[in-house]
Design a protein around this ligand. Structure first.
Ligand code: HEC
Length: 287
């Protein structure tokens, strides 16, 4: 056989093999988004939560809405979305999120400009030491800023280890009922976990660096309590001053120490940090 003929035969064989179904190089399972298991991988998760199963169609964290005041260092306001799996874990009061749960948080500047998207995704067996959470931070355009077992996320969220690393609400509380029937529960009034929502009884304010978090003015109802905590990055103490003389001496707060005050009269109050910087003075309106 001539060399030329040999080449033609080899080419013919190759072409016919590539026409056999299944040898085309395209795996049909790869093309169906919902059948595909999402790996602990920032890019894959992003595609899943934007193209596959758009998080903006998910529920907000039950009882929360858009632009909630936030203390998370990723932004000042936050909108938090829960996937179906997370939602059923909350409904069932499991006390932890089951594998597959995804929580996505949009983080905004005070003027509601989106600055980052952060997410937690629970992947069975991924990081048992930290309850298997895979963490990721995206820029608003989807660029991955950090992903994986991010130490900083695990460390701060680790304060809530007994609540599966979740800050927003106590997982065993379930979903807030629309109209709680108080007359039927004589001795079961659980003490609510302090959260930064303005419509509940205790509001948490963190002192971070030189500023109050949430940043800006806050509004509470008469009878509500505000709890301040010193969360200064370098563990410096801070002095909390009531400019209206609610307390006489500045309250000296060491790192992670808390102080609270219940506002029993309506009015406008100012608290400050003795540091003359933007954000180190906060107006509290009690209505
Ligand atoms: C200094 C503490 C701190 C750090 C660091 C931190 N967070 Fe948070 N995070 C919070 C707090 C507090 C909340 C509750 C909502 C709020 O007040 O912002 C929260 C809420 C969240 C939520 C909504 C679910 C929940 O726990 O309530 C997600 C998702 C989240 N953070 C992701 C991240 C990711 C990803 C990182 C790391 C890149 C990170 N966080 C780093 C404090 C922190």
């Amino acid at each position: 056989m001539s060399r030329k003929k040999e080449i033609v035969i080899v080419l013919l064989i190759l072409t016919s093999v590539s026409m056999i179904p299944g040898c085309t190089g395209i795996d049909p399972i790869e093309n169906t988004n919902d059948q595909k298991r999402v790996e602990a991988n920032g890019k894959e998760l992003y595609d899943h939560i934007t193209i596959g199963n758009n998080y903006q169609n998910w529920s907000y964290w039950p009882g929360k809405g858009e632009f909630e005041p936030a203390r998370d260092p990723n932004g000042d306001l936050a909108t938090t979305y829960v996937s179906n799996t997370s939602l059923s874990s909350l409904e069932n009061k499991e006390g932890n999120m089951s594998a597959g749960s995804i929580i996505v948080k949009e983080n905004f500047e005070p003027d509601k400009d989106l600055v980052a998207i952060t997410a937690m995704y629970k992947v069975d067996g991924y990081d048992p030491e930290h309850n298997d959470w895979f963490w990721v931070k995206y820029s608003p355009d989807g660029t991955i800023e950090a992903e994986g077992m991010i130490e900083e996320c695990n460390e701060c969220h680790g304060m809530k280890k007994s609540n599966d690393y979740i800050f927003t609400a106590k997982l065993t509380e379930g979903i807030p009922a629309a109209t709680p029937n108080t007359s039927r529960t004589p001795n079961a009034t659980p003490t609510p976990e302090p959260t930064p929502r303005p419509d509940i009884k205790t509001m948490d304010i963190w002192i971070e660096g030189h500023v109050f978090k949430p940043y800006g003015n806050v509004e509470i109802n008469m009878g509500d309590t505000i709890e301040w905590m010193n969360h200064e990055k370098y563990k410096n103490p801070r002095d909390l001053i009531s400019e209206d003389g609610l307390w006489d001496e500045p309250v000296h707060l060491n790192y992670m120490k808390k102080f609270n005050y219940t506002f029993n009269e309506t009015g406008t109050y100012y608290v400050s940090l003795r540091l003359n910087e933007v954000g180190s003075r906060q107006k509290i309106t009690v209505i």
